[in-house]
Design a protein around this ligand. Structure first.
Ligand SMILES: Nc1ncnc2c1ncn2[C@@H]1O[C@H](COP(=O)(O)OP(=O)(O)OP(=O)(O)O)[C@@H](O)[C@H]1O
Length: 302
């Protein structure tokens, strides 16, 4: 069942459309990622889901509620990562956790959450004295403190060191495994690939692709890179004619060959080598990553 439904949402600022007919549905218990270049309209889209902005057109539903008009009900079931300016500089970590716990009917155990996020040693510190990464951990704790059914995380791990990033991923996976639906905006391809069940790529206010990470990678032209050094030069025409090949580079005649194509291209390379009785040294077949897909899909971005 879809717990978040975004249908044909449009939003313009000063007559300039920044969200231009975005639609997607997030299933209950899913980690759904939104990727896109700077200024693509990702934050504006998720702010419409949170009820912080009202779409000019289209509809948003969270568990069947309209975040713009059913704001109170939606805040009871949706946890969102705060922006830095939304906390008082003198508020201590403990005070923030206690305060936010009090907003919800069935809050999580804030001490356990603080411990999971490595904040237990900083409970008495005012917000203003925390490092960027410590603030970020506090925002994640506050997003999860109400035991939300849906959590919206915009740039979840920006500013976190690699260990804290991995700990945070575990926490988000645990939340998902406990049935929480996660809407995640990220610029980190590794994070999207590792965490997300499905991803919408947004470019210039529109969804340009929506699939699982594997599906996005598989559908990308040149998603498989095949490289090898042949024992004898191969006819250039045969290389260029390989099925599914989108690019062929040969260092010099008989030098290293790098081909971008598909699984079919890789199979055809093997057949071609056999036909010419040529052996391949250091044969490598590597799948493209999400970053290649992202660059392909958003190449024309301004
Ligand atoms: N309140 C506002 N008034 C005017 N323009 C705005 C406002 N909020 C956002 N914009 C503009 O709308 C566009 C989309 O912004 P948005 O923050 O949604 O993009 P984003 O994809 O989240 O970008 P980033 O990855 O840089 O965070 C940007 O060009 C931004 O400058």
């Amino acid at each position: 069942m879809a717990v978040i439904e975004v249908n044909g949402v449009r939003k313009a600022y000063g007559g300039r459309p920044v969200v231009d007919g975005v639609s997607f549905a997030v299933e209950e218990g899913e980690i759904f990622g939104i990727l896109g270049p700077n200024g693509a309209g990702k934050t504006t889209t998720v702010e419409c889901v949170e009820g912080l902005r009202t779409p000019d057109a289209g509809t948003v539903r969270v568990a069947g509620l309209d975040p713009a008009t059913d704001r109170h009900e939606v805040t009871q079931l949706l946890g969102a990562q705060l922006q830095e300016s939304e906390l008082q500089p003198k508020l201590t970590v403990r005070e923030a956790l206690e305060l936010y716990s009090a907003f919800y009917p069935r809050p999580a155990d804030w001490r356990a959450l603080a411990a999971r996020l490595g904040l237990d040693g900083h409970l008495g510190r005012p917000f203003a004295t925390l490092s960027g990464g410590q603030k970020q951990r506090l925002f994640i704790a506050l997003a999860l403190i109400g035991n939300p059914r849906v959590v919206v995380l915009d740039e979840l791990t920006t500013g976190l060191d690699p260990r804290a990033r991995r700990d945070t991923w575990h926490l988000i996976e645990e939340a998902r495994d406990g049935g929480v639906t996660v809407l995640l905006v990220t610029h980190f391809m590794e994070e999207a690939q590792r965490l997300c069940d499905r991803i919408a790529v947004i470019d210039k206010g529109r969804v340009v692709a929506l699939d699982t990470p594997g599906g996005l990678i598989g559908s990308s032209a040149g998603s498989t890179a095949i490289s090898f050094t042949p024992s004898a030069p191969l006819p250039p025409g045969d290389l260029a004619g390989l099925p599914g090949a989108v690019s062929v580079e040969v260092a010099d005649p008989g030098g290293r060959v790098v081909i971008h194509g598909t699984d079919d291209t890789a199979n055809a390379v093997i057949t071609l080598l056999a036909r010419h009785h040529v052996t391949a040294r250091q044969l490598r077949v590597v799948d493209a990553g999400l970053d290649d897909v992202f660059l392909d899909l958003t190449e024309q971005a301004s």
